[in-house]
Write a protein of this length. Structure first.
Length: 453
């Protein structure tokens, strides 16, 4: 039996081995999930909501345990990991609140009454990434369960431990056996089997754009519903009239949080020319203050990259002679460490246009609003971004002009479980989170009842 090796990225030590699911394991899991889903969907909405709240309470009682697992398998700083575990709890609570509000509509028609019903899809596959193992898994799992579906979760090969623990907590909370199953495994085997299984009604995939395209093509063969959250190359646009001190202080977190392994990372810093020098003076100490170190230390702000392969990928985008405007420090010795790096756009090469997925940003000047928008949109991605200005009119104009699904003004906070999330262009298809999250896991059935004599 093939085993997945879980490696602590801060120490390079093997911390666990987990059996990898085969295609036969996936087929068995789908059968079990389909049976459990019928039982789950037949429950009264209030009972489904109550069980989801019990699941949330079980997670709440194990927040520190889950956070420590995340530190161990993903190298996330402890403060980040605690937030991530809390986000799973909050998502379950939020989704539970939608169970009894997943309503259809009555549409006026002649000759009778017309009703619509929201019905669950059946079995949903959630293929989660390694960069945010717990929250992103919950983004698909919580609303899918709340809408009456069964969920098969395939965590990333490197980060299966928190997913397996969440499945145990679901069973302890009283969710039906087989309703929420975790299938650790490789993408080509377990992931592919989930995507191609005819009884999986929808696939929720978060990962690279290249793999997302492949998932979408395979789903098309079965006319299978799909939600994709893919890559990003998001801009951080700083106008001269902005509060430069605030903008510079916030900038490091926008591309160094999670060691830059974030699809929403603001890895392109666009600064108006008249404010460029002052902004860079303020940015340098802020970058150096974003300390990298032991993820288990609550004072640590940045941990290691997930793997040696990811470190090599980051290095491939930053040649030795790259024009570094700012370069931070990282621990020496074992662990997949990489220093915070800010490159000048002139000569930055692929780092200026490709998603690096590491602690690397590229800084570039612009002259006016029109050029800022042009540069912001000069990418095949469109996931997120930030705009810093004191001019409310400009904030609205630029927000409407930038082709991205999630923008924030004078802030880098553009993702909340209570608001929609998703991308334009090659950053994905569909929306997760927010008030419409449950509806994305349903079919709409229309029923006309004649009242004619």
């Amino acid at each position: 039996m093939h085993q997945l090796r879980v490696i602590n990225p801060a120490t390079e030590e093997t911390v666990a081995t987990v059996p990898a699911a085969t295609a036969e394991d996936v087929a068995t899991a789908v059968t079990r999930a389909a049976a459990a889903q019928r039982t789950w969907a037949a429950l009264a909405p209030a009972d489904r909501a109550r069980l989801l709240r019990r699941f949330a309470a079980a997670v709440d009682g194990r927040l520190e345990e889950l956070a420590r697992l995340e530190v161990t398998e993903a190298g996330h700083p402890l403060g980040n990991a605690r937030w991530e575990a809390g986000n799973v709890r909050d998502l379950l609570d939020y989704a539970a609140g939608g169970v009894e509000r997943l309503t259809g509509s009555q549409i006026p028609v002649a000759g009778g009454v017309n009703l619509t019903f929201r019905e669950p899809l059946g079995v949903v596959a959630v293929i989660a990434p390694w960069n945010f193992p717990m929250p992103v898994a919950a983004w698909g799992t919580a609303p899918a369960l709340a809408a009456g579906n069964a969920v098969l979760l395939k965590p990333a090969e490197t980060t299966p431990l928190t997913a397996l623990r969440l499945a145990e907590l679901a069973r302890e909370a009283g969710l039906p056996e087989g309703l929420f199953q975790v299938l650790p495994g490789t993408g080509p085997v377990a992931g592919n089997a989930l995507v191609e299984h005819p009884d999986v009604a929808k696939v929720v995939f978060t990962g690279s754009t290249a793999v997302g395209k492949s998932v979408m093509a395979k789903c098309a063969a079965h006319v299978k519903r799909v939600t994709l959250e893919l890559g990003g190359k998001s801009p951080n646009i700083v106008f001269a009239d902005a509060d430069l001190e605030r903008a510079a202080a916030a900038a490091p977190g926008s591309f160094l949080d999670n060691t830059g392994q974030d699809c929403c990372a603001r890895s392109r810093i666009l600064v108006q020319s008249s404010a460029y020098d002052r902004f860079m003076e303020l940015l340098e100490p802020a970058v150096h203050a974003f300390t990298a170190g032991d993820p288990a230390d609550p004072a640590t702000l940045m941990g290691p990259l997930i793997s040696a392969a990811q470190r090599e990928r980051v290095r491939s985008h930053v040649p030795e002679d790259a024009p570094a405007a700012i370069r931070g420090t990282a621990p020496a010795g074992r662990g997949f460490w990489y220093p915070a790096t800010v490159l000048d756009a002139a000569g930055a090469g692929s780092a200026a246009v490709e998603e690096v997925f590491g602690p690397v940003a590229v800084v570039q000047r612009f002259e006016d609003e029109a050029e800022a928008v042009r540069l912001a949109n000069a990418t095949r991605y469109g996931l997120s971004g930030s705009i810093w200005t004191r001019d409310t009119g400009r904030a609205l104009r630029v927000s409407r002009a930038v082709a991205a699904g999630n923008l924030s003004v004078n802030s880098h906070s553009s993702v909340r479980y209570s608001t929609p999330f998703g991308g334009y262009k090659e950053s994905g298809i569909g929306r997760e989170l927010g008030p419409g999250a449950l509806a994305a896991f349903t079919e709409t059935k229309n029923v006309f009842i004649s009242t004619e004599d």
